[in-house]
Design a protein around this ligand. Structure first.
Ligand SMILES: Cc1cc2nc3c(=O)[nH]c(=O)nc-3n(C[C@H](O)[C@H](O)[C@H](O)COP(=O)(O)OP(=O)(O)OC[C@H]3O[C@@H](n4cnc5c(N)ncnc54)[C@H](O)[C@@H]3O)c2cc1C
Length: 206
């Protein structure tokens, strides 16, 4: 039977990936009520763990995590995972004499190639300029923080349709209806919310 939730949230976020979860924390800082609807029932997946789930965090992301007191937690959680994962220690790129900093279109570059003093928009912080983390680790830390701050996270709810009228948005997800004053689509690169809302895609196709 279709279930309708009468209570209204200030913000409904479709998608509990890194962006949706970080946003949930930010909105809770402003004391707004937040509901995160995440399609996957299970937050764990081999695709989110090393090696497939490896994500390089950029300087801007590290600064954002640092500014919210999350960076130490991410580092500690990743170290704990590295300890449990022998491949992290033996990866050949970790043993190169020059420390890899990333790549652009497959062309590698190294930390000693980077002059961070030339970055005009960087805040002064001890956060560092890059770090590798497993997507699952990042999401676990962010979900824990969002829940502790009072955001409601509901898994197994795929936001498929929404209807905006006047002061509120009604969202259909997993056969249930949720209400919010705002809906934010944080549902990834093929965003269903973007398509349902007919928002223009600004960017470059793959
Ligand atoms: C192989 C690979 C390597 C990558 N490497 C890097 C890297 O090194 N550095 C980097 O910065 N980025 C990297 N990226 C990109 C990075 O993963 C994304 O930029 C990042 O995950 C975006 O976060 P997000 O929260 O916006 O979206 P996502 O991580 O895609 O999360 C979206 C969430 O929304 C959920 N969802 C989807 N549809 C719905 C719906 N209709 N309703 C409810 N929930 C929904 C999904 O289950 C998911 O949990 C890589 C991506 C891939 C695939």
């Amino acid at each position: 039977m279709h279930k309708h939730h009468p209570d209204i949230h200030d913000v409904v976020i479709a998608g509990g990936g890194p962006v949706g979860l970080f946003l949930a924390c930010e909105l809770r800082l402003l004391d707004l009520s937040v509901l995160v609807l995440e399609r996957s029932e299970d937050p764990h997946s081999p695709l989110k763990r090393m090696p497939f789930g490896m994500r390089g965090l950029s300087a801007g992301t590290l600064e954002a995590l640092y500014s919210r007191g999350l960076l130490d937690e991410v580092v500690a959680a990743q170290r704990a995972n590295d300890g449990a994962d022998s491949t992290a220690k033996t990866a050949p790129w970790m043993e190169q004499p020059r420390r890899p900093a990333g790549h652009f279109a497959g062309i590698p570059f190294y930390h000693d190639d980077i002059d961070t003093s030339k970055w005009p928009y960087r805040l002064t912080s001890p956060a560092g300029t890059s770090m590798a983390v497993a997507l699952e680790t990042l999401e676990t830390v962010l979900a824990r923080r969002a829940s502790a701050m009072g955001a409601e996270i509901r898994r197994g709810f795929s936001a498929d349709e929404f209807h905006a009228s006047g002061e509120e948005v009604t969202v259909r997800a997993g056969g249930e209806t949720f209400r919010g004053r705002w809906l934010v689509g944080c549902d990834g690169g093929r965003s269903a919310v973007r398509k349902a809302g007919a928002f223009e895609f600004v960017g470059t196709a793959p």
